[in-house]
Design a protein around this ligand. Structure first.
Ligand code: SF4
Ligand code: SF4
Ligand code: SF4
Ligand code: FES
Length: 345
C-alpha cells in the first residue's frame, strides 16, 4: 500500500492507483472531462490537474500514479485558473447549440461551464470548416461540438476491440474520421461515452429531452445475453435506449440491435389481431378461430406423421415463464422434444 496526503487527508491505496482514483476513494472530487471509468486514462482535457508538493507543474490526476509520501492539492487559485482556461479553449469555437442539442441537460461540458460560471471567452481562433466525415445511418457526428477528448476512439478500440475511428487533423481543425467504414457496426459505444452532443442518435432526435423522458430499467429482449438497458419513455412511447456505466452483464455496452432496435415497440406495422391465410391472402381472424385452426392442423400432422414431425422454436422476446410454458406445451401436449429458442442461434 502507498500512503499519501490529499487536501490534508491521509489516504492509503494500492500501488499503481492514480491520484484521481485515490482522491475518489477519500471522497474528494476532482473535476474531469475526458476521463471515463471504463477506459484507460486518456489525459487529453487537463480538467483534473492537481498540484504535488515539490513538483513545478500541475499534473493530470487521471494519468499520474500515486507515490509514497506525496502531498497533493486538488483545489487552488492556480488550478481553478488552469481548469477555467481549459474550458475556455474548448469553448472558443463551440456553437451555442444547447437549446437544440440532444445532450443538453446531461452534457458534461455544459455542467462544467456552468460550474465554473464562464459567461465570456476572451480567446479567439480561426474557425476551420469541418465536415461531418464520420456518420452512420444511426449515428450523427457534429464536428463543431467535438471537444477532441478521444473517448469515442478509445472506447471503439478498447471496449469493442474494433478501432473503426480515429482523430485526424491538428488543433481546431481536428475531427473524428472513420478508418474503415466496413468495420463500424453502428453499435453506438462511441456515442454512449461521448461527454458532449458531438455524437448523437438519429432515431431519437428531437423526440425527448433527457429530463423529460422516464428511464425504465429493463432487460434487452434480442438475445440470451440479458444486457441491462433503460427504455426512455415519453408520452407512453419509447423514444430511445440508454445504459448505466458498469451496470449489468454488459457493463453499459450494447450491440446495434439493443441500442437502436426499439422502434418495433411502437410500430404501426405490429399485428394486433391474428391473421389466417385464405385463398392466398391473409385475413383478420379472432383468437378462437386462429387457435382452433392451429390445434386442428397440429392434430392432423401428429396423426399422420407422429409428434416428432413437429418442432417448436420459441422467442427471446418472451419471458422465462412463457418460454417454460412453451417447452411444457411441446413436450406435454404435442409429445416431442423438438423444442429450441432463437437466442441460441
Ligand atoms: S455539446 Fe453540450 S455544451 Fe455543446 S451544445 Fe451540446 S449541450 Fe451545449
Ligand atoms: S458505432 Fe461502434 S464500431 Fe462504429 S465507431 Fe462507434 S464504437 Fe466503433
Ligand atoms: S466525438 Fe465525443 S467522444 Fe469523440 S472526441 Fe468528440 S467529444 Fe470526445
Ligand atoms: S480527466 Fe484527466 S486529463 Fe481529462
Amino acid at each position: 500500500m502507498v500512503t499519501l496526503t490529499i487536501d490534508g487527508k491521509e489516504v492509503k491505496v494500492p500501488q499503481g492507483t492514480t491520484i484521481l482514483a485515490a482522491a475518489r476513494t477519500a471522497g474528494i472530487r476532482i473535476p474531469t472531462l475526458c476521463y471515463h471509468g471504463r477506459l484507460d486514462p486518456i489525459g487529453s482535457c487537463r480538467m483534473c490537474v492537481v498540484e504535488i508538493e515539490g513538483v513545478a507543474h500541475p499534473m493530470a490526476a487521471c494519468t499520474t500514479p500515486v507515490e509514497e509520501g506525496i502531498v497533493v492539492t486538488t483545489n487552488s487559485e492556480r488550478l481553478h485558473r488552469i481548469r477555467e482556461d481549459s474550458l475556455k479553449l474548448i469553448l472558443v469555437n463551440h456553437p451555442l447549440d444547447c437549446p437544440i442539442c440532444d445532450k443538453g441537460g446531461e452534457c458534461l461540458l455544459q455542467d462544467l461551464v456552468y460550474e465554473f460560471g464562464i459567461d465570456k471567452v476572451e480567446y479567439q481562433a480561426p474557425k476551420p470548416a469541418r465536415e461531418a466525415v464520420y456518420a452512420t445511418p444511426l449515428i450523427r457526428y457534429w464536428p463543431d461540438r467535438c471537444i477532441m477528448c478521444l473517448r469515442c476512439v478509445t472506447a471503439c478500440r478498447e471496449i469493442k476491440g474494433i478501432g473503426a475511428i480515429e482523430i485526424k487533423g491538428e488543433g481546431y481543425g481536428s475531427q473524428v474520421v472513420v478508418i474503415d467504414e466496413e468495420k463500424c457496426q453502428s453499435c453506438g459505444e462511441c456515442l454512449s461515452v461521448c461527454p458532449t452532443g458531438a455524437l448523437t442518435e438519429n432515431l431519437s432526435r428531437f423526440k425527448g429531452r433527457p429530463w423529460l423522458v422516464k428511464r425504465v430499467p429493463t432487460t434487452c429482449t434480442y438475445c440470451g445475453c440479458g444486457c441491462q438497458l433503460e427504455l426512455n419513455v415519453q408520452n407512453n412511447r419509447v423514444v430511445g435506449v440508454t445504459t448505466q456505466e458498469g451496470k449489468g452483464v454488459n457493463r453499459g455496452s450494447l450491440c446495434v440491435k439493443g441500442r437502436f432496435g426499439y422502434e418495433f415497440i411502437g410500430s404501426d406495422e405490429r399485428l394486433t389481431t391474428p391473421l389466417i391465410k385464405k385463398d392466398g391472402e391473409f385475413k383478420e381472424a379472432s383468437w378462437e378461430e386462429a387457435l382452433n385452426l392451429v390445434a386442428e392442423r397440429f392434430g392432423a400432422i401428429k396423426e399422420e406423421s407422429g409428434p416428432d414431425a413437429i418442432a417448436g422454436l420459441s422467442s427471446a422476446r418472451c419471458t422465462n415463464e412463457e418460454n417454460y410454458l412453451f417447452q411444457k406445451f411441446m413436450r406435454g401436449v404435442i409429445g416431442t422434444n423438438n423444442v429450441d429458442h432463437c437466442a441460441r442461434l
